[in-house]
Design a protein around this ligand. Sequence first.
Ligand SMILES: [Zn+2]
Length: 83
Amino acid sequence: MAKCKGCGAPIVFIGTPEGRSIPCDAEQVLYWARPRATGKVVTPNGIVVSCDLQGDPKLATGIGYKPHWASCPKAGQFKRKKS
Ligand SMILES: [Zn+2]
């Protein structure tokens, strides 16, 4: 398992259909898909979904990963570097 260079949290890289990989918190979360919701989750097959992150577990859309930049205390340090 990878670790965030900024804060040391365990992260996983989820590959997207476009061939990018998105650093996400290693812990899976339930999500409730909702257009224009402010939350974002990455599904295990790499689709970024607008969603709520709280709701009735019985009605959850599925399980995904929270993009790590949303929770990383050091997120400002590793926004897309120009290569
Ligand atoms: Zn971090």
